[in-house]
Structure formats: C-alpha cells, structure tokens
Design a protein around this ligand. Sequence first.
Ligand code: PXP
Length: 252
Amino acid sequence: MKPLGRLRLGVNIDHVATLRNARGSVWPDPLRAALLAEAAGADGITAHMREDRRHIRDSDIEALQAGLAIPLNFECAATEEMKAIALRLRPHAVCLVPEKREERTTEGGLDVAADQARLTDYVGELTMAGCRVSMFISHDIHQIKACAAVGAAVVELHTGLYSEFHAKERFSEAEAELNGLRRGAALAHSLGMEVHAGHGLTYDNVGPIAAMPEVMELNIGHFLIGEAVFLGLEGALDEMRRRMDIAREEIA
Ligand code: PXP
C-alpha cells in the first residue's frame, strides 16, 4: 500500500517546560522553542497540560495558541477542567490521554471502551467547537472500534511499548508490537479515522513507524528536545525529518 499522504511531524515541547520548572524560573521558554520548531519545519506543536501542571502550565497553552501559525495539538486528560479550557481556546486538535499522578510519562493508552458513553458526549462537544479530537490508545482492536464509536476523528497509536522493546534490543518483541501497530493502523483507517503515532520515538526506531502507510502524523518530544541540547532544535528536527522521509520514500 502507498502512503496516504505526506507524513507530518508534530513536536512536543513539554520538556522545555520541564527544564524551566526545574529552576522555577522563566527560561527556557516553551513558546520560543515552539516558534523555533515552526521555523525549522515542524508541522504542528503538541503540549500536554497535566492536571498537576508539572511541565506545561495554563499560561503556556494560552501563549502557544495565540502565538503559533502552525496547528496546536492540546494534549490533556478527559476531565471537565480540561474540556472547559479547550472550549475556551479552541485549539486545532485535542488529544485525550490517560493520566495518573504517579506516572513519569503517559504509560498506557486511554481506555475508551470502558468510558464510551461519557466520551461520546465529551468528544461531541469538542468536535462541535471545531477541534479535531484524537484518542491516544494502544493498538487493541476493541479500543480502536470504541474510538470510532465515540466519534473521534483521529487515533494516536501509543508506540511506547515498541520503543521500549527496541531500546532494550528485544527485537522480536519489538517486531510483534510493530505488527500490532500495523494492524491497528489499518483497522483505524478502515473505520474512517486518521492515524497518528507517538511516544518514545527516536532516530533509531522511527523508521518502521514512519513506513506505515496509514500513519499521517508523528508526535515526538523527549528525544528531540534532548537532542536539541547537542544539535539545536533545527538540527534535531532536520535529522528526524530526514529519517522519516527515507522510510516514507521506501514505501512510495
Ligand atoms: N503523543 C502523546 C499522546 C504523548 O502523551 C506523548 C508524551 O507526552 C508523546 C506523543 C511524545 O512522547 P515522547 O516525549 O516520548 O516523544
């Protein structure tokens, strides 16, 4: 199968805020990073405002929504508080994720199937307000079907497990996980949803994800911000884009 379109790169700038908050100061500024990423060719910016505001804060989301020319993907838990913020700011996209206070990062996918009735209303309200709603889920078939049932426009498949196996050089498990992601991407597309992917992606593991023809967008944060320490944001993005393009060309 040929790719469905150009693969977009969304840059998650949460960890610029992590660095700022480590000193309780105003540097480095997440909006400045987002504008640099925009200038370097990012197709969108993702920011996850957690309930505990451990990195991105309300003022960051406001500044990003006001200052960016490229789309903002507002990542949040499906709470009433976050819905009110999204309905007020109306970002291009809202990505709903599970959130646990004790976790270091978003560990699993959202359990859409278990919360279908509530999420149908939740997604409906945001969609009516003009936001593209994306559900961050595992590649489980029931979850993908539940996303279609609640009316989500987009699913973002969680690549964290694949990335973890890859990093530990457990390649057969990584390959099994890739196969699950491939099946999930095909199913989600067949149900009429756009497919995104993200979590734990690096230069070394991005290729097979970028080579999935249904995948239209990757959202990458921690690795890119870390790499920017050495190469600058432009250098880090250029290299990621290059690797994504190589993988995409191979299936074109
Ligand atoms: N997509 C979603 C929905 C996420 O929650 C995260 C992590 O915040 C990412 C993408 C990016 O993951 P990473 O920072 O590991 O690249």
